[in-house]
Design a protein around this ligand. Structure first.
Ligand code: FES
Length: 143
């Protein structure tokens, strides 16, 4: 009797209903599992060597003004100009499910277009942040 009572209290609703012959299509999970990349798979476009970028080149023209950003898909990086002296670099893998290609920026946060989760531009947020230095127009990203 105790086992039956424990089962009814702990089993998810669809399983209990199915046990009584009442089929119901519903997922048992009540929350989504955050994306965890397979070990060693994080940002395979990047070696451990630093990347040097001249942000004066036409590809990076958006980084010349504070608030400008780009999704540098060739290297799987989100780059954002924080101030006259700082550009931040983040892995462009969404912390939710790992998608990389539907980013937008609202002036404060990045938003992933797959499920509309938003992420701060702080290096203490959910996006993986890399060390950067800006010397004139030369941006160096260290991993
Ligand atoms: S993959 Fe779901 S919000 Fe980015």
């Amino acid at each position: 009797m105790k086992n039956r009572r424990t089962f009814l209290k702990t089993a998810c609703k669809p399983i209990v209903l199915a046990a009584f012959g009442i089929p119901l299509l519903e997922a048992c999970s009540s929350e989504e599992t955050p994306y965890t990349p397979p070990s060693g798979s994080q940002n395979q476009n990047i070696s451990s060597d630093p990347i040097t970028i001249d942000i004066a080149s036409s590809l990076f023209v958006n980084l010349q003004a504070v608030g400008g950003w780009i999704n540098y898909t060739e290297k799987n990086l989100l780059l954002i100009r924080i101030s006259e002296t700082e550009v931040r670099a983040f892995d462009n893998s969404c912390p939710h499910q790992g998608n990389r290609d539907r980013w937008s920026f609202d002036g404060s946060n990045f938003e992933c277009g797959y499920h509309n989760n938003t992420f701060t531009t702080s290096c203490s947020g959910s996006l993986t942040c890399y060390s950067t230095s800006l010397d004139g127009t030369i941006l160096t990203i260290t991993f």
